[in-house]
Ligand binder design. Structure first.
Ligand SMILES: Nc1nc2c(ncn2[C@@H]2O[C@H](COP(=O)(O)OP(=O)(O)OP(=O)(O)O)[C@@H](O)[C@H]2O)c(=O)[nH]1
Ligand SMILES: [Mg+2]
Length: 318
């Protein structure tokens, strides 16, 4: 369960995949990035970002035809992918038929992996890349055309981002993708931080001042605020690669059940410290989780938080 998250960057050759990686994670200057050689097969990079404790394993799939054919013949290249980032060069001439064919073959591989090995399907995001700041208005027609073409393949629910290495759009979009794809990590991040304790104090004060307020309402509001604040912090944080993961952040308080990947199980953070989880603590934690899930666009889940006692510990399942 402590494996890194696999993010696959996929697309045709020269779409700009390696440039995006280098721009966002290696902070190369633009002159260097422009000299990026074509990727031979797959370049794998393990990234430890300060805010993602388990790290991300980035698989940059070289897009030349011979390599694409090799991947499609061996689904193992794609197994256990959690996030797919398809990069489409909007400046490339043509009708996107090659992209379409490639993407459809990959989607088919994931459907087969789900049926044959019960592997979870990845979340898919599309970068409409090379929307450079100086060309944005000139290429509106081409951008609109590529969105229509892409939505025929993925359906309209796949999120699209207009990106370029010539501004911060690619890095911000990547941050966004990570934020919405890794709720477990985000929640962990919140509960690891001391500000959770600070906010708990503020809530307790607020309740003392205005006893007519329901503790659930207050904690929900604070949870909401906290979730939003975290989103802002996260999105504006530079994607900085760090060499070592702090040992503290490896201590996970969220365990995802081995049997069912569809829910999170979290120990009440106070239970171990004070050896008890008061009713009030439980309600506050509950409200926080609900608020944070809502800010992560997981509001359906937030309606379904259950509290259970197990082996003398208190857990939340959602
Ligand atoms: N105008 C423009 N050019 C870009 C942008 N991003 C990348 N490029 C250029 O696109 C070309 C190909 O970039 P790469 O990053 O090597 O493309 P790739 O998708 O990794 O290609 P393969 O490794 O062959 O699959 C390079 O000349 C880059 O400078 C962008 O945002 N705007
Ligand atoms: Mg490359």
């Amino acid at each position: 369960m402590n494996e890194s998250t696999k993010l696959a960057i996929i697309g045709l050759s020269k779409a700009g995949k390696t440039s995006i990686y280098r721009r966002c994670f290696e902070r190369h200057n633009l002159k260097d990035i422009e000299q990026t050689p074509p990727t031979i097969m797959i370049a794998q990079n393990l990234i430890n970002l300060g805010h993602i404790s388990k790290g991300i394993s980035i698989w940059d799939f070289g897009g030349q035809k011979t390599f694409r054919d090799a991947y499609l013949l061996n689904p193992d290249y794609f197994s256990h992918t959690k996030i797919i980032l398809f990069v489409v060069d909007i400046l490339a001439n043509g009708d996107f038929s090659e992209e379409k064919e490639y993407f459809s073959s990959i989607i088919k591989i994931f459907e087969d992996l789900k049926i044959e090995r019960n592997l979870e399907k990845p979340k898919i995001f599309v970068f409409l890349h090379k929307c450079d700041p100086d060309k944005k208005n000139k290429n509106n027609e081409q951008i609109a055309k590529s969105i229509i073409e892409m939505s025929q393949i993925f359906g309209s629910e796949v999120p699209y981002f207009m990106t370029s290495i010539y501004d911060d759009s690619a890095c911000r979009s990547l941050n966004n993708i990570l934020f919405f794809s890794l709720p477990e990590e985000i929640i962990n991040q919140v509960f690891m931080r001391e500000f959770f304790d600070d906010i708990k104090k503020v809530i307790s004060e607020k309740i003392k001042e205005t006893p007519q307020l329901q503790i659930t309402e207050v904690s929900k509001v604070f949870g909401d605020l906290l979730g939003r604040k975290l989103h802002d912090l996260w999105i504006n944080a530079p994607l900085e690669k760090i060499e070592e993961v702090e040992s503290k952040s490896l201590k996970s308080i969220i365990t995802v059940s081995e049997k069912d990947h569809n829910y999170f199980k979290m120990r009440c953070p106070y239970y171990n410290i004070e050896k008890k989880c008061s009713e009030e603590d439980c309600i506050i934690v509950h409200g926080f989780i609900a608020g944070i899930l809502t800010s992560l666009n997981l509001s359906k889940r937030s309606l379904n938080i259950k509290r259970i006692e197990e082996n003398g510990d208190c857990y939340f399942i959602f």
